[in-house]
Ligand binder design. Structure first.
Ligand SMILES: [Zn+2]
Length: 109
């Protein structure tokens, strides 16, 4: 997990999200309606992390890595492979956006 310095919220432990979701939050991906899914990871020490991705990326990663992403990932190496292209974002900014995601269809699951 990475540390991120946010202009608005200061230093935070970063959340990881897919590129497409990041572009939507930044406003460069337009207002295309997508579903949002979470990928969950639990470390050996029992720490739990959630990563948010758009549903397209979720499907692509499931196929590419031949894994059921609806289940919690417990393999750190697998997690690394899956999140290689993810983007680090301030968790407060992410939560603000998620709370106001009027342009996003469907519930988070
Ligand atoms: Zn922030």
């Amino acid at each position: 997990m990475a540390y991120i310095a946010c202009d608005k919220h200061g230093g935070q432990l970063a959340s990881l999200i897919s590129h497409k979701l990041y572009q939507m939050i930044e406003g460069t991906e337009g207002n295309s309606a997508v579903g949002i899914k979470t990928i969950k990871y639990e470390s050996l020490g029992g720490e739990q992390f959630s990563m948010f991705v758009d549903s397209d990326t979720f499907e692509e990663l499931s196929v590419a890595h031949n894994i059921d992403l609806a289940k919690t990932i417990t393999d750190e190496e697998k997690l690394f492979e899956i999140t290689l292209d993810f983007v680090a974002i301030c968790p407060v900014c992410l939560n603000d956006w998620l709370a106001n995601r009027s342009n996003v269809v469907g519930d988070i699951d």
